[in-house]
Design a protein around this ligand. Sequence first.
Ligand code: GLN
Length: 314
Amino acid sequence: QKKLRPADYNAVINEAYNRFKDEKEGKNADYIPFLAKVDPGMYGIVLVTKDGQVYQVGETKFEFGIESIEKVFTLCMAMELFGDQAILDKIGADQTGLPFNSVPAIEIDGKKPSNPLVNAGAMATTSLLTSHFGHEAAWEKVDDYFAGFAGRRLKIIDELYKSEAATNEHNQAIAMLLKSYGYMYDDPLFACDFYTRQCSYGVNAHDLALMAGTLANGGVNPVTKERLIQEKYVPKVLAIMGTTGLYETTGQWMYKVGLPSKSGVGGGIISVMPGRFAIAVFSPPLDKAGNSVRAQEAIKFISDKLNANVYIGQ
Ligand code: GLN
């Protein structure tokens, strides 16, 4: 593999930006007004290399809802605290093949939450954290941990949290169901509310790139050099992203692109090429599964150009 220069990274992300700028496919999430009203034209790309060089183009400062992407970092924290075997035993690591908030998925997988990157598994993972730290202390611990990944303290978007919390009965029902099956490790409604707050973090594309870059760099934030997760756990987290990071279309994604990734209904997607770089793209319009259309296109283009695919290797 030839040595890439800064000019090469800049050229590739700019080309990806321009090529998909006029994409009109997809629709903002509209289950709450906050997500529906975000300007669908906004579009930003950030690439961060393992050694902390940052390349960006487009709208990379605008703060949007992290949504499901938070699930990755909640998983990191729980794995760091309890180990990889506990994640397998208490949550699971298998694809559901169903939407991220599927109730039948819980029944199908032996009444287990399936994996930490769907709503059921994410709330169960959150409940491990809240019961470990206690309800009073948990938020500060999680907030500090997320700040380590992003390289700055993130804030909750209050309006987003309030409207999510006012309409999250479906997630509450999932949390209660898990409790009834013995797969919820704290008060289910507390865990559901805590999860909802985590989904309401405001992030920009630059924050997400550093968060993903930490996973590309073996668990050390490539810019601040802080270690957030032991190196041995990073491949486990990436394996789960590669199994379920784009919901029920993850199989196609890995077939076409081959990068462990995670999407959120706020319009962000992160992708990790272990040992090389991470990409974060923001563009609100989503496909039917809930994945940003333009972010998928841009990431596919960039990974093709940079010959980045975990199944090719480095
Ligand atoms: N807050 C959303 C939910 O729990 C997050 C969904 C997502 O980004 N897929 O339903």
